[in-house]
Design a protein. Structure first.
Length: 116
């Protein structure tokens, strides 16, 4: 398994969760790491992405609430989610994307459910 995601669960609105995605060293070092999410009946959307340069991207819907970070020593990317809302409920997928090669890898999804 090249991308191993974990950390989903059930949380009340306003609560927090942290997702983790461990990658193989080669994938981690050569790719931008990110998280997508897919709610039932909806398309899979990019939530956040962290580049090896240190720059980050966030979807407007999560700005100020979610923080993505890379731990280079552990080849792991984290998504710290705070002030969770019911509309954040989705299956979250870890993603590794190589901008130059236009190639990507996917981890298995992890369910995040936010109750109102």
């Amino acid at each position: 398994v090249q991308l191993q995601a974990s950390g989903g669960g059930l949380v009340q609105a306003g609560g927090s969760l942290r997702l983790s995605c461990a990658a193989s060293p080669t994938i981690f070092s050569n790719n931008a790491m990110g998280w997508y999410r897919q709610a039932p009946g909806k398309q899979r959307d990019l939530v956040a992405r962290a580049f090896s340069s240190g720059s980050t991207y966030y979807a407007d819907s999560v700005k100020g609430r979610f923080t993505i970070s890379r731990d280079n020593a552990k080849n792991t990317v984290y998504l710290q989610m705070t002030s969770l809302k019911p509309e954040d409920t989705a299956v979250y997928y870890c993603n590794a994307f190589n901008v130059i090669r236009d190639s990507q890898y996917w981890g298995q999804g992890t369910q995040v459910t936010v109750s109102s």
